[in-house]
Design a protein around this ligand. Structure first.
Ligand SMILES: Cc1cc2nc3c(=O)[nH]c(=O)nc-3n(C[C@H](O)[C@H](O)[C@H](O)COP(=O)(O)OP(=O)(O)OC[C@H]3O[C@@H](n4cnc5c(N)ncnc54)[C@H](O)[C@@H]3O)c2cc1C
Length: 412
Protein backbone atom coordinates (compact mmCIF):
# COMPACT_ATOMS: atom_id res chain seq x y z
CA UNK A 1 0.00 0.00 0.00
CA UNK A 2 1.34 3.46 -0.97
CA UNK A 3 1.98 5.73 2.02
CA UNK A 4 -0.24 8.80 2.42
CA UNK A 5 2.12 11.78 2.04
CA UNK A 6 1.88 14.75 4.41
CA UNK A 7 4.19 17.29 6.09
CA UNK A 8 3.52 16.84 9.83
CA UNK A 9 1.99 13.89 11.69
CA UNK A 10 0.70 14.69 15.18
CA UNK A 11 0.16 11.56 17.30
CA UNK A 12 -2.37 12.33 20.04
CA UNK A 13 -5.39 14.66 19.87
CA UNK A 14 -5.23 15.79 23.50
CA UNK A 15 -5.30 19.52 24.21
CA UNK A 16 -1.63 19.98 23.20
CA UNK A 17 -1.88 18.07 19.89
CA UNK A 18 -5.15 19.78 18.94
CA UNK A 19 -3.78 23.25 19.71
CA UNK A 20 -0.66 22.58 17.61
CA UNK A 21 -2.78 21.39 14.67
CA UNK A 22 -4.86 24.56 14.96
CA UNK A 23 -1.75 26.75 15.24
CA UNK A 24 -0.51 25.35 11.90
CA UNK A 25 -3.71 26.37 10.12
CA UNK A 26 -2.86 28.63 7.18
CA UNK A 27 0.85 27.77 7.50
CA UNK A 28 0.69 25.90 4.19
CA UNK A 29 1.82 22.70 5.94
CA UNK A 30 -0.38 19.60 5.59
CA UNK A 31 -1.09 18.09 9.00
CA UNK A 32 -2.38 14.60 9.85
CA UNK A 33 -3.61 13.99 13.42
CA UNK A 34 -3.76 10.36 14.62
CA UNK A 35 -5.75 9.59 17.78
CA UNK A 36 -6.72 6.29 19.36
CA UNK A 37 -10.00 7.58 20.86
CA UNK A 38 -13.03 7.71 18.56
CA UNK A 39 -14.08 11.04 17.04
CA UNK A 40 -17.35 11.12 19.06
CA UNK A 41 -15.28 11.23 22.27
CA UNK A 42 -13.09 14.04 20.94
CA UNK A 43 -16.09 16.08 19.80
CA UNK A 44 -17.90 15.82 23.13
CA UNK A 45 -15.40 14.81 25.85
CA UNK A 46 -16.94 14.00 29.21
CA UNK A 47 -16.13 15.82 32.46
CA UNK A 48 -12.91 14.38 33.92
CA UNK A 49 -12.76 16.38 37.17
CA UNK A 50 -9.71 18.45 36.16
CA UNK A 51 -10.11 22.19 36.56
CA UNK A 52 -7.20 23.62 34.61
CA UNK A 53 -5.67 26.81 36.06
CA UNK A 54 -4.63 28.78 32.99
CA UNK A 55 -2.14 31.61 33.23
CA UNK A 56 -2.93 34.91 31.51
CA UNK A 57 -0.31 34.04 28.92
CA UNK A 58 -2.09 30.75 28.13
CA UNK A 59 -5.41 32.61 27.83
CA UNK A 60 -3.82 35.01 25.33
CA UNK A 61 -2.54 32.08 23.29
CA UNK A 62 -5.91 30.32 23.38
CA UNK A 63 -7.47 33.59 22.11
CA UNK A 64 -4.98 33.71 19.23
CA UNK A 65 -5.81 30.08 18.40
CA UNK A 66 -9.52 30.95 18.33
CA UNK A 67 -10.12 28.45 21.14
CA UNK A 68 -10.97 30.81 24.02
CA UNK A 69 -14.17 32.28 22.49
CA UNK A 70 -15.54 28.74 22.08
CA UNK A 71 -15.43 28.02 25.83
CA UNK A 72 -18.78 28.37 27.59
CA UNK A 73 -18.59 31.63 29.63
CA UNK A 74 -20.11 29.92 32.70
CA UNK A 75 -17.23 27.40 32.67
CA UNK A 76 -14.47 30.07 32.87
CA UNK A 77 -13.82 31.16 36.44
CA UNK A 78 -11.47 34.00 37.41
CA UNK A 79 -8.75 33.14 39.88
CA UNK A 80 -8.17 36.41 41.71
CA UNK A 81 -6.14 35.38 44.76
CA UNK A 82 -4.28 32.36 46.08
CA UNK A 83 -3.49 31.46 49.70
CA UNK A 84 -0.86 28.90 50.59
CA UNK A 85 -1.27 27.30 54.03
CA UNK A 86 0.97 25.05 56.00
CA UNK A 87 -0.53 23.50 59.10
CA UNK A 88 2.65 24.34 61.02
CA UNK A 89 2.69 28.04 60.01
CA UNK A 90 0.34 30.51 61.68
CA UNK A 91 -0.16 32.82 58.68
CA UNK A 92 -0.92 31.79 55.12
CA UNK A 93 1.06 33.22 52.26
CA UNK A 94 -1.27 35.32 50.11
CA UNK A 95 -0.83 36.47 46.52
CA UNK A 96 -2.98 38.24 43.94
CA UNK A 97 -5.70 40.83 44.46
CA UNK A 98 -4.38 43.10 41.66
CA UNK A 99 -6.41 44.56 38.77
CA UNK A 100 -6.10 41.46 36.62
CA UNK A 101 -6.93 37.94 37.88
CA UNK A 102 -3.89 35.68 38.41
CA UNK A 103 -5.45 33.33 35.87
CA UNK A 104 -8.60 31.43 34.95
CA UNK A 105 -9.97 28.03 35.91
CA UNK A 106 -11.51 26.09 33.03
CA UNK A 107 -12.52 22.40 33.08
CA UNK A 108 -10.28 20.19 30.97
CA UNK A 109 -13.14 18.66 28.97
CA UNK A 110 -14.29 22.15 27.91
CA UNK A 111 -10.76 22.99 26.70
CA UNK A 112 -10.63 19.72 24.77
CA UNK A 113 -14.02 20.32 23.15
CA UNK A 114 -13.15 23.92 22.16
CA UNK A 115 -9.72 22.91 20.81
CA UNK A 116 -11.32 20.10 18.82
CA UNK A 117 -13.85 22.49 17.27
CA UNK A 118 -11.09 24.96 16.34
CA UNK A 119 -8.94 22.17 14.85
CA UNK A 120 -11.91 20.78 12.87
CA UNK A 121 -12.35 24.18 11.17
CA UNK A 122 -8.72 24.25 10.01
CA UNK A 123 -8.45 23.72 6.28
CA UNK A 124 -5.22 21.73 6.12
CA UNK A 125 -5.72 19.26 8.99
CA UNK A 126 -6.87 15.68 8.46
CA UNK A 127 -7.97 13.73 11.53
CA UNK A 128 -7.88 9.95 11.77
CA UNK A 129 -9.55 9.03 15.05
CA UNK A 130 -10.11 5.60 16.59
CA UNK A 131 -6.86 4.31 15.05
CA UNK A 132 -4.05 2.16 16.47
CA UNK A 133 -0.44 3.02 15.67
CA UNK A 134 1.41 -0.23 14.93
CA UNK A 135 4.87 1.17 14.10
CA UNK A 136 6.77 4.48 13.87
CA UNK A 137 10.19 5.00 12.35
CA UNK A 138 12.27 7.93 11.20
CA UNK A 139 15.54 8.53 9.39
CA UNK A 140 17.28 11.52 7.90
CA UNK A 141 14.96 11.66 4.89
CA UNK A 142 11.47 10.94 6.26
CA UNK A 143 9.31 9.77 9.15
CA UNK A 144 6.72 7.01 8.76
CA UNK A 145 3.76 5.71 10.74
CA UNK A 146 1.97 2.42 10.11
CA UNK A 147 -1.50 1.80 11.52
CA UNK A 148 -2.67 -1.67 12.49
CA UNK A 149 -5.22 -1.55 9.63
CA UNK A 150 -2.26 -1.47 7.22
CA UNK A 151 -2.45 2.22 6.20
CA UNK A 152 0.87 4.07 6.26
CA UNK A 153 1.72 7.78 6.40
CA UNK A 154 4.98 9.47 5.44
CA UNK A 155 5.92 12.96 6.65
CA UNK A 156 8.82 15.31 7.29
CA UNK A 157 8.09 15.41 11.01
CA UNK A 158 6.32 13.39 13.71
CA UNK A 159 5.07 15.26 16.77
CA UNK A 160 4.54 12.99 19.77
CA UNK A 161 1.64 14.56 21.70
CA UNK A 162 0.43 11.27 23.15
CA UNK A 163 0.71 12.10 26.84
CA UNK A 164 3.16 11.40 29.65
CA UNK A 165 3.33 7.64 28.97
CA UNK A 166 4.00 8.36 25.25
CA UNK A 167 4.44 5.17 23.23
CA UNK A 168 5.82 7.21 20.31
CA UNK A 169 8.61 8.58 22.51
CA UNK A 170 9.51 5.06 23.61
CA UNK A 171 9.31 3.63 20.09
CA UNK A 172 11.73 6.29 18.83
CA UNK A 173 14.16 5.64 21.67
CA UNK A 174 13.97 8.73 23.88
CA UNK A 175 14.67 7.76 27.51
CA UNK A 176 12.48 9.50 30.08
CA UNK A 177 12.80 10.06 33.80
CA UNK A 178 9.51 8.95 35.33
CA UNK A 179 8.87 9.85 38.95
CA UNK A 180 6.14 8.07 40.87
CA UNK A 181 5.19 10.35 43.77
CA UNK A 182 3.57 7.39 45.56
CA UNK A 183 0.33 9.29 45.99
CA UNK A 184 -2.98 9.76 44.21
CA UNK A 185 -5.03 12.92 43.73
CA UNK A 186 -8.80 13.03 44.09
CA UNK A 187 -10.74 15.89 42.50
CA UNK A 188 -14.43 16.59 43.09
CA UNK A 189 -16.83 19.56 42.92
CA UNK A 190 -18.66 20.34 46.15
CA UNK A 191 -20.92 23.04 47.58
CA UNK A 192 -19.68 24.65 50.80
CA UNK A 193 -21.04 27.05 53.36
CA UNK A 194 -18.17 29.56 53.49
CA UNK A 195 -17.90 31.72 50.32
CA UNK A 196 -14.74 31.24 48.28
CA UNK A 197 -14.25 34.87 47.20
CA UNK A 198 -12.51 33.74 43.98
CA UNK A 199 -9.55 32.59 46.09
CA UNK A 200 -7.70 29.32 45.55
CA UNK A 201 -6.20 27.48 48.52
CA UNK A 202 -3.18 25.26 48.51
CA UNK A 203 -2.86 23.58 51.88
CA UNK A 204 0.08 21.46 53.02
CA UNK A 205 -1.35 19.53 55.93
CA UNK A 206 0.05 16.59 57.91
CA UNK A 207 -0.36 13.41 55.85
CA UNK A 208 -2.36 15.12 53.08
CA UNK A 209 -2.18 18.00 50.62
CA UNK A 210 -5.41 19.87 49.95
CA UNK A 211 -6.54 22.46 47.46
CA UNK A 212 -9.75 24.37 46.91
CA UNK A 213 -10.36 25.84 43.46
CA UNK A 214 -13.18 28.42 43.27
CA UNK A 215 -15.92 27.88 40.67
CA UNK A 216 -18.60 30.36 39.69
CA UNK A 217 -18.12 34.06 40.20
CA UNK A 218 -18.00 35.41 43.71
CA UNK A 219 -20.63 38.12 43.20
CA UNK A 220 -22.97 36.99 44.65
CA UNK A 221 -20.63 34.97 46.88
CA UNK A 222 -19.58 31.66 45.33
CA UNK A 223 -20.16 28.49 47.27
CA UNK A 224 -19.16 25.87 44.71
CA UNK A 225 -15.53 24.76 44.38
CA UNK A 226 -13.45 21.87 43.24
CA UNK A 227 -11.70 20.22 46.17
CA UNK A 228 -8.43 18.38 45.61
CA UNK A 229 -7.11 15.82 48.10
CA UNK A 230 -3.71 14.14 47.71
CA UNK A 231 -3.16 10.98 49.74
CA UNK A 232 -1.29 7.66 49.67
CA UNK A 233 -3.20 4.95 47.76
CA UNK A 234 -4.70 3.06 50.74
CA UNK A 235 -6.23 6.19 52.29
CA UNK A 236 -7.51 7.20 48.86
CA UNK A 237 -9.38 3.93 48.40
CA UNK A 238 -11.22 4.55 51.70
CA UNK A 239 -12.23 8.03 50.54
CA UNK A 240 -13.40 6.73 47.18
CA UNK A 241 -15.51 4.00 48.77
CA UNK A 242 -17.60 6.41 50.91
CA UNK A 243 -21.17 7.25 49.99
CA UNK A 244 -21.89 10.91 49.11
CA UNK A 245 -23.07 11.97 52.58
CA UNK A 246 -20.06 10.41 54.34
CA UNK A 247 -17.72 11.82 51.69
CA UNK A 248 -19.07 15.37 52.14
CA UNK A 249 -18.59 15.12 55.91
CA UNK A 250 -15.11 13.72 55.45
CA UNK A 251 -14.15 16.64 53.17
CA UNK A 252 -15.46 19.14 55.74
CA UNK A 253 -13.37 17.37 58.40
CA UNK A 254 -10.23 17.17 56.27
CA UNK A 255 -10.45 20.94 55.62
CA UNK A 256 -10.59 21.47 59.43
CA UNK A 257 -14.04 23.09 59.18
CA UNK A 258 -12.84 26.03 57.05
CA UNK A 259 -15.31 25.19 54.26
CA UNK A 260 -18.22 25.08 56.72
CA UNK A 261 -20.88 22.49 55.88
CA UNK A 262 -20.05 20.57 52.68
CA UNK A 263 -22.80 19.12 50.47
CA UNK A 264 -23.81 17.98 47.00
CA UNK A 265 -20.53 16.34 45.89
CA UNK A 266 -20.22 15.73 42.16
CA UNK A 267 -18.38 12.90 40.42
CA UNK A 268 -15.09 11.91 42.04
CA UNK A 269 -12.04 11.38 39.81
CA UNK A 270 -8.72 9.96 41.00
CA UNK A 271 -5.34 10.37 39.26
CA UNK A 272 -2.12 8.55 40.23
CA UNK A 273 0.70 11.09 40.49
CA UNK A 274 3.53 10.26 38.10
CA UNK A 275 5.82 12.92 36.66
CA UNK A 276 7.79 12.64 33.40
CA UNK A 277 10.82 14.50 32.08
CA UNK A 278 12.11 13.33 28.68
CA UNK A 279 15.89 13.40 28.48
CA UNK A 280 15.58 14.98 25.02
CA UNK A 281 12.62 16.93 23.61
CA UNK A 282 13.50 16.08 19.99
CA UNK A 283 15.04 13.30 17.94
CA UNK A 284 15.43 12.45 14.27
CA UNK A 285 12.35 14.00 12.61
CA UNK A 286 10.62 13.90 15.98
CA UNK A 287 9.44 16.60 18.41
CA UNK A 288 7.91 15.90 21.82
CA UNK A 289 5.02 18.12 22.86
CA UNK A 290 2.84 18.55 25.96
CA UNK A 291 3.01 15.88 28.65
CA UNK A 292 5.05 13.67 26.30
CA UNK A 293 7.92 16.14 26.84
CA UNK A 294 7.27 17.19 30.44
CA UNK A 295 4.54 15.71 32.64
CA UNK A 296 4.24 17.85 35.76
CA UNK A 297 2.94 17.12 39.26
CA UNK A 298 -0.35 19.10 39.29
CA UNK A 299 0.45 20.85 42.60
CA UNK A 300 1.74 23.97 40.79
CA UNK A 301 -0.94 23.69 38.06
CA UNK A 302 1.38 24.13 35.10
CA UNK A 303 1.21 20.98 32.91
CA UNK A 304 -1.01 22.34 30.16
CA UNK A 305 0.42 25.85 30.52
CA UNK A 306 3.82 24.42 29.66
CA UNK A 307 2.20 22.39 26.86
CA UNK A 308 0.92 25.63 25.35
CA UNK A 309 4.38 27.19 25.61
CA UNK A 310 5.63 24.25 23.53
CA UNK A 311 2.82 24.71 21.01
CA UNK A 312 3.75 28.38 20.60
CA UNK A 313 7.44 27.67 20.14
CA UNK A 314 7.08 24.69 17.79
CA UNK A 315 4.38 26.35 15.66
CA UNK A 316 6.61 29.46 15.29
CA UNK A 317 9.50 27.34 14.08
CA UNK A 318 7.32 25.35 11.66
CA UNK A 319 5.62 28.44 10.23
CA UNK A 320 8.99 30.09 9.65
CA UNK A 321 10.27 26.96 7.89
CA UNK A 322 7.15 26.85 5.70
CA UNK A 323 7.57 30.50 4.64
CA UNK A 324 11.24 29.95 3.82
CA UNK A 325 10.53 26.68 1.98
CA UNK A 326 12.68 24.87 4.58
CA UNK A 327 12.42 21.37 6.01
CA UNK A 328 9.89 21.20 8.90
CA UNK A 329 11.74 18.18 10.30
CA UNK A 330 15.23 19.64 9.86
CA UNK A 331 17.78 18.96 12.58
CA UNK A 332 18.61 22.63 13.24
CA UNK A 333 14.94 23.58 13.65
CA UNK A 334 14.31 20.70 16.06
CA UNK A 335 17.44 21.50 18.07
CA UNK A 336 16.25 25.12 18.51
CA UNK A 337 12.79 23.96 19.58
CA UNK A 338 14.15 21.38 22.03
CA UNK A 339 16.67 23.72 23.58
CA UNK A 340 14.26 26.64 23.88
CA UNK A 341 11.51 24.51 25.38
CA UNK A 342 13.85 22.91 27.91
CA UNK A 343 15.05 26.32 29.06
CA UNK A 344 11.45 27.48 29.38
CA UNK A 345 10.25 24.43 31.33
CA UNK A 346 13.23 23.40 33.46
CA UNK A 347 12.81 26.12 36.17
CA UNK A 348 9.15 25.27 36.80
CA UNK A 349 9.81 21.56 36.62
CA UNK A 350 12.62 21.82 39.15
CA UNK A 351 10.72 24.23 41.38
CA UNK A 352 7.68 21.93 41.40
CA UNK A 353 9.82 18.94 42.41
CA UNK A 354 11.28 21.13 45.18
CA UNK A 355 7.85 22.22 46.42
CA UNK A 356 6.62 18.62 46.49
CA UNK A 357 9.75 17.43 48.31
CA UNK A 358 9.61 20.20 50.93
CA UNK A 359 5.88 20.38 51.48
CA UNK A 360 4.84 16.74 51.49
CA UNK A 361 7.48 15.39 53.84
CA UNK A 362 6.01 15.06 57.32
CA UNK A 363 9.23 14.50 59.26
CA UNK A 364 9.51 17.02 62.10
CA UNK A 365 12.69 18.84 60.93
CA UNK A 366 11.25 19.31 57.42
CA UNK A 367 7.96 20.56 58.87
CA UNK A 368 9.89 23.16 60.85
CA UNK A 369 11.81 24.28 57.75
CA UNK A 370 8.69 24.79 55.66
CA UNK A 371 6.84 26.65 58.42
CA UNK A 372 9.86 28.95 58.60
CA UNK A 373 9.89 29.37 54.81
CA UNK A 374 6.22 30.39 54.78
CA UNK A 375 6.63 32.72 57.79
CA UNK A 376 9.59 34.46 56.19
CA UNK A 377 7.84 34.66 52.84
CA UNK A 378 4.62 36.12 54.24
CA UNK A 379 6.53 39.10 55.60
CA UNK A 380 8.70 39.53 52.52
CA UNK A 381 6.88 41.22 49.60
CA UNK A 382 9.49 40.37 46.93
CA UNK A 383 8.95 36.66 47.61
CA UNK A 384 5.18 37.10 47.27
CA UNK A 385 5.75 38.84 43.93
CA UNK A 386 7.93 35.94 42.88
CA UNK A 387 5.21 33.47 43.87
CA UNK A 388 2.57 35.47 41.98
CA UNK A 389 4.91 35.38 38.98
CA UNK A 390 5.33 31.63 39.48
CA UNK A 391 1.56 31.13 39.51
CA UNK A 392 1.28 33.34 36.45
CA UNK A 393 4.09 31.47 34.68
CA UNK A 394 6.85 34.05 35.08
CA UNK A 395 9.27 32.20 37.35
CA UNK A 396 12.26 34.17 36.15
CA UNK A 397 14.46 33.68 33.15
CA UNK A 398 16.51 30.52 32.89
CA UNK A 399 20.06 31.07 31.81
CA UNK A 400 21.40 28.39 29.47
CA UNK A 401 24.52 28.09 31.65
CA UNK A 402 22.57 27.67 34.88
CA UNK A 403 20.44 24.85 33.50
CA UNK A 404 23.06 23.16 31.33
CA UNK A 405 23.43 20.39 33.93
CA UNK A 406 19.70 19.79 33.65
CA UNK A 407 20.03 18.58 30.09
CA UNK A 408 19.15 21.77 28.24
CA UNK A 409 21.97 21.41 25.78
CA UNK A 410 22.76 18.94 23.12
CA UNK A 411 19.21 18.09 22.09
CA UNK A 412 18.01 17.51 18.62
C1 LIG B 1 -5.78 16.33 38.48
C2 LIG B 1 -5.02 17.15 37.45
C3 LIG B 1 -5.07 18.53 37.53
C4 LIG B 1 -4.39 19.31 36.59
N1 LIG B 1 -4.42 20.67 36.71
C5 LIG B 1 -3.74 21.43 35.84
C6 LIG B 1 -3.77 22.86 35.95
O1 LIG B 1 -4.41 23.41 36.84
N2 LIG B 1 -3.06 23.60 35.03
C7 LIG B 1 -2.36 23.00 34.02
O2 LIG B 1 -1.75 23.72 33.21
N3 LIG B 1 -2.32 21.66 33.91
C8 LIG B 1 -2.98 20.86 34.78
N4 LIG B 1 -2.95 19.50 34.65
C9 LIG B 1 -2.15 18.90 33.56
C10 LIG B 1 -2.91 18.82 32.24
O3 LIG B 1 -4.15 18.15 32.41
C11 LIG B 1 -2.03 18.09 31.22
O4 LIG B 1 -0.78 18.73 31.17
C12 LIG B 1 -2.63 18.10 29.81
O5 LIG B 1 -3.87 17.46 29.77
C13 LIG B 1 -1.69 17.37 28.86
O6 LIG B 1 -2.19 17.44 27.55
P1 LIG B 1 -1.52 16.57 26.41
O7 LIG B 1 -2.33 16.87 25.18
O8 LIG B 1 -0.07 16.73 26.38
O9 LIG B 1 -1.75 15.04 26.86
P2 LIG B 1 -3.07 14.22 27.13
O10 LIG B 1 -4.16 15.08 27.69
O11 LIG B 1 -2.64 13.04 27.94
O12 LIG B 1 -3.55 13.73 25.69
C14 LIG B 1 -2.87 12.72 24.99
C15 LIG B 1 -3.75 12.24 23.84
O13 LIG B 1 -3.02 11.24 23.09
C16 LIG B 1 -3.85 10.12 22.87
N5 LIG B 1 -2.96 8.97 22.74
C17 LIG B 1 -2.20 8.39 23.69
N6 LIG B 1 -1.48 7.38 23.17
C18 LIG B 1 -1.78 7.32 21.85
C19 LIG B 1 -1.36 6.50 20.77
N7 LIG B 1 -0.46 5.52 20.96
N8 LIG B 1 -1.88 6.70 19.55
C20 LIG B 1 -2.78 7.71 19.34
N9 LIG B 1 -3.21 8.52 20.33
C21 LIG B 1 -2.73 8.34 21.56
C22 LIG B 1 -4.76 10.06 24.09
O14 LIG B 1 -5.93 9.34 23.82
C23 LIG B 1 -5.03 11.55 24.31
O15 LIG B 1 -6.12 12.02 23.55
C24 LIG B 1 -3.62 18.69 35.57
C25 LIG B 1 -3.56 17.29 35.50
C26 LIG B 1 -4.25 16.53 36.44
C27 LIG B 1 -4.18 15.02 36.37
Amino acid sequence: MQPIETDVIVIGAGPAGLCLARALDASGLRVVVLEREPETTLRAPTFDGREIALTQRSVRLLRELDVWRRLPADECHPLCRASVFDTGAATPLEVGGGHEPLGWLVPNHAIRAAAFEAMAESGNVELHAGVRVAAVEADSTSARVRLDDGRTFAAKLIVAADGRFSETRRALGIPTRMHDFGRAMLVCRVTHETPHEDTAWEWFDHGQTLARLPLGRATPPGHRSSVVVTLPGVRMRELQAMDDAAFAQEIARRFHGRLGVVSDPGERHVYPLVGAWATRFAGTRLALLGDAAVGMHPVTAHGFNLGLLGVERLADELRRAAVAGGDPGGAALLARYARGHRLATAPLHLATRGVVALFTDDRAPIRAVRAAVLRASAGFPPFRQLLAGFLADRPGRASPRKFAHYGTTGDG
